[in-house]
Design a binder for this molecule. Structure first.
Ligand code: PAF
Length: 283
């Protein structure tokens, strides 16, 4: 069932008392990556809500909010096939009130700690994680799920959402699900749609870099600088590398040497499309 209003969702939610409710928050343009979250939610929960909302407050002024793919009809069909109980697709006015300027002088924001946002994607996407935490907490309050499902692809997002849930005593268990990849190794992303065939080939450098670092680590190299330097074999001037970091996977702290708790994270622009990917050194 497709719902656009918070009131209707709340009415229906009242009938689910005593059942395990799962939420899969998305911005739509659903692909196999999202479907893997939905499948996990279906396995874990009695009722599943998928939210489809391109959240304006997590996009910077120069980012792709207007251009972001919106495919609600197709998303709804996919959700129905997976047996999703509710697709919740509110408008920005429904979420934030009409006429609201959506800035933090008119709206209450949830701001995660500077330590977690002042790195990786947060460094260039200033305010992005304030927007993510604000909408995620609102969705949690609206849907009141027992479980919420997030993909490891947005690794910094999952760490930050877990931190928010812990710090604010939000009664939701966060379930992190593995990255889904094309056979080529390319991590699935709604933004892959912007890439030409040639761009998609180039984008394979991200997963190659990550796998190569992992195999170097498996061969006994733990020096972080040395591990990072192996990336330059794969990057030509066609790639705009934004970051390549090796950090503690739970805390995003820097490490002296890579270990089994490390995660390697990369962000890179290919054909001006911003792509991210990551890998755990142990799995
Ligand atoms: O990962 C996403 O798609 C978004 O950041 C989320 C969690 C749905 C919040 O808008």
């Amino acid at each position: 069932m497709l719902l656009h209003s918070i009131k209707e969702l709340r009415e229906l939610r009242k009938n689910w008392r005593g059942l395990k409710v799962g939420l899969v928050p998305t911005m739509g343009a659903l692909h196999e990556g999202h479907l893997s979250l939905i499948k996990k939610a279906k396995e874990t929960c009695d009722k599943v809500v998928v939210s489809v909302f391109v959240n304006p407050i997590q996009f910077g002024p120069a980012e792709d909010y207007d251009k972001y793919p919106r495919t609600l009809d197709n998303d709804t069909v996919l959700c129905e096939k997976e047996g999703v109980d509710i697709v919740f697709a509110p408008t920005p006015d429904e979420m934030y009130g009409s006429g609201n300027r959506l800035s933090n002088d008119t709206l209450t924001y949830v701001c995660p700690p500077f330590f977690y946002v002042n790195k990786l994607c947060g460094k260039t996407r200033v305010g992005h994680f304030d927007g993510v935490c604000t909408v995620v907490l609102k969705l949690f309050n609206i849907v009141q799920p027992d479980y919420a499902f997030f993909g490891q692809k947005d690794a910094q997002q999952v760490v930050i959402v877990k931190k928010m849930v812990k710090d604010l005593n939000v009664p939701v268990e966060i379930i992190q699900c593995p990255i889904v990849r094309e056979e080529s190794g390319l991590a699935l992303s709604s933004r892959n749609k912007y890439l030409s065939d040639e761009g998609k080939q180039k984008a394979l450098a991200l997963s190659k870099i990550l796998n190569n670092i992992k195999s170097c680590y498996k061969r006994g190299i733990t020096d972080i600088k040395g591990l990072k330097e192996t990336a330059y074999n794969f990057l030509t001037e066609d790639y705009e590398l934004e970051y390549l970091e090796i950090l503690d996977k739970n805390t995003l702290e820097e490490q002296e040497y890579a270990d089994n708790n490390s995660i390697v994270l990369i962000a890179c622009r290919v054909e001006n499309v911003r792509l991210i990917d990551n890998i755990y050194l142990e799995d």
